[in-house]
Design a protein around this ligand. Structure first.
Ligand code: ZN
Length: 379
């Protein structure tokens, strides 16, 4: 009898806890509206047909639902609405219908479909030269900016050649083998506090880099080589990291634009993906809006410069997100997620500037690389 009563009580308490978990989960799935920003409109008049510079912005995990969530949260306006040339990218990797960010990044950086986890190597694990490396060989300036660790899959795919995305120390060491002008993101520990005992911070300084960890110091650097390592590993969520992505992107552009031959810059909004993995509409919206504002900064630069091509895309969709409800008047969005992982959905490709018309229609993620290289490297 006593056993039965205690069993009954424990069943009730488990049920109560389930209910509480469900409540907490639902709270994350509803963004109640928040601060908004003004969206500017930029002219579509350019000085050339061949871009001198490319700014590639990758919203990790950004599919159409993530865009829709951001659009609703900002009361129906996004900087992305400036784009007139729009396409879709097929994201599958060489060994999987569902890509990860390493294979997705390598497809865009080097134009090859490879296996999930591969950083700048093909399916046979041979290194493949990236657009960043080719731009360097041509004498262009280069940069990488990310809200994750700078050694994380997406930025790593542009500069490193490793058989696994988890080889953070090897990836950090690969930065030293290049002549990259600016990189800003987390990952200080992969350079400084390494298991192999090497201090790559000293090596970076020997190679002429200004190494800074504080974004307020990073933004003061106007020329030369800059390694901005803004967190021990990944950068924090937006409430803590603030406008780091916008500031880092502006800083990188200020330095890179000094090169008369041109530049290649990749900027990643990494945490849209993490919002999807966490099944959190709130997290998705926060990082979607942060990324869109940074797209605005890139467009502003390109509109003024007249020789810069801006491409915005994603490596894959995350969360199988759907938007179930929303309100353009108060910014409320209700999201739902069908998986804790990535999906095989096509992702959007937006382009603005000289050469933008080449990035329309349905393409493979590897085509984005080929089109960029035709315009920036082979011209
Ligand atoms: Zn992911």
């Amino acid at each position: 009898m006593i056993l039965m009563i205690s069993l009954a009580i424990s069943v009730i308490s488990v049920a109560q806890n389930d209910y509480m978990d469900a409540q907490a989960e639902n709270e994350e799935k509803t963004y109640k509206g928040g601060e908004t920003y003004e969206v500017k409109t930029f002219p579509h008049k350019f000085k050339t047909d061949n871009p001198r510079n490319i700014i590639l912005l990758i919203g990790d995990g950004m599919g159409i639902s993530q865009l829709q969530a951001g659009l609703t949260a900002n009361r129906g306006r996004l900087f992305l609405e400036n784009f007139k040339h729009i396409g879709f990218s097929k994201t599958h990797s060489s060994d999987n219908y569902i890509t990860d960010s390493a294979a997705g990044g390598t497809a865009i950086s080097a134009g090859v479909k490879t296996y999930n986890g591969a950083i700048g190597v093909d399916p046979e694990k041979n290194p493949v030269k990236t657009i960043l490396e080719k731009a360097e060989e041509k004498g262009l300036a280069t940069g990488l900016v990310s809200t994750s660790s700078i050694t994380h899959a997406t930025p790593a795919s542009f500069i490193a050649h490793q058989t696994s995305r988890n080889m953070y120390e090897e990836i950090a060491a690969d930065f030293l083998k290049t002549d990259i002008d600016v990189f800003i993101g987390g990952g200080y520990n992969h350079f400084a506090n390494r298991e192999d005992g090497l201090n790559l911070i000293e090596k970076l300084k020997e190679n002429g880099y200004k190494v800074e960890q504080d974004i307020s110091k990073i933004k003061k650097v106007k020329k030369g080589k800059l390694a901005g390592l803004t967190a021990p590993a990944h950068n924090a969520r937006i409430e803590e990291r603030g406008d780091m992505l916008e500031v880092a992107t502006e800083t990188a552009l200020n330095i890179l634009k000094r090169n008369k031959k041109g530049f290649f810059l990749m900027v990643e909004g990494s945490q849209i993906d993490w919002g999807g993995h966490a099944a959190s509409t709130i997290y998705v919206v926060e990082d979607m809006l942060d990324f869109d504002k940074t797209v605005g900064n890139a467009l502003e630069f390109a509109a003024k410069d007249g020789e810069t091509l801006v491409i915005v895309t994603s490596d894959h969709e995350t969360g199988g997100m759907a938007v179930l409800n929303g309100d353009y008047n108060n910014g409320m969005v209700v999201g739902e997620f069908t998986t804790g992982g990535h999906t095989g959905l096509m992702v959007p490709v937006f382009s603005y500037g000289p050469g933008a018309e080449k990035f329309t229609g349905i393409m493979d993620n590897t085509d984005i690389n080929k089109k960029m290289e035709e315009l920036l490297i082979k011209n």
